[in-house]
Design a protein around this ligand. Structure first.
Ligand SMILES: Cc1cc2nc3c(=O)[nH]c(=O)nc-3n(C[C@H](O)[C@H](O)[C@H](O)COP(=O)(O)O)c2cc1C
Length: 183
């Protein structure tokens, strides 16, 4: 699968099988995060792979995060606020997308989750004060390709078109695609 195929294939998945994520795949996903670009190459990040049932239960307490208790792995993505105050969030986001696409290319599914109480997450996985928890990433084998809530989300919020989101030369000079892409 090439990168663009992974981009097209990826969907947020909220139903997972019990099947564990093989160790080599998990390490490859984390390696993809390690290799992401970062401002001034500061690499202001840390990623915690959580498989423990009790810990995942606590991580799943957010209103839109219940499925984290079922996903075999939850990766807690943290940014070092002190090491790179201006860029840590962007750097971590780029690293998370590297993980998402690598997981997809390995036949795994993911879902980014911003629904969590940071203090509780920090206590649960012992994140130091200078780090902020930015995102939780569910990783595992999809239970159903599109579960009900994903279907609803897709119905409610279909993708904007390329000309809606992209301009040429100046903002608002909407790009007219020469090649039609899938939504
Ligand atoms: C920063 C961020 C936070 C998100 N938080 C949640 C969340 O808390 N719960 C959830 O179910 N999905 C969450 N999502 C997934 C989005 O709902 C999903 O990406 C969006 O609906 C588009 O669907 P797709 O990823 O399948 O294309 C989050 C995505 C991002 C990028």
């Amino acid at each position: 699968m090439d990168v663009f195929e992974a981009v097209q294939e990826r969907r947020s998945i909220r139903v997972y099988q019990d099947t564990p994520v093989p160790r080599e795949k998990l390490e490859k996903i984390l390696e993809a995060a390690r290799l992401a670009p970062s401002a001034r190459n500061i690499e202001p990040w840390h990623f915690i792979a959580v498989t423990d049932n009790e810990k995942r239960k606590i991580l799943s307490k957010g209103r839109f995060a219940k499925f984290l208790a079922e996903a075999p792995v939850v990766i807690v993505a943290c940014g070092d606020k002190e090491a790179s105050p201006d860029w840590y969030a962007i750097d971590v986001a780029l690293a998370v997308e590297n993980m998402v696409l690598t997981a997809t290319s390995e036949g795994l599914s993911t879902c980014c989750v911003g629904s969590f109480e940071e203090k509780e997450v920090k206590e649960t996985v012992k994140v130091p004060d200078n780090f902020e928890v930015l995102l939780l990433l569910a990783v595992g084998y999809a239970g159903e390709k599109l579960d009900l809530s994903s279907k609803l989300l897709h119905l409610m919020r279909s993708r904007k078109t390329l000309s809606e989101v992209a301009s040429e030369e100046t903002f608002g000079q909407h790009l007219v695609p020469q090649k039609v892409t899938e939504p």
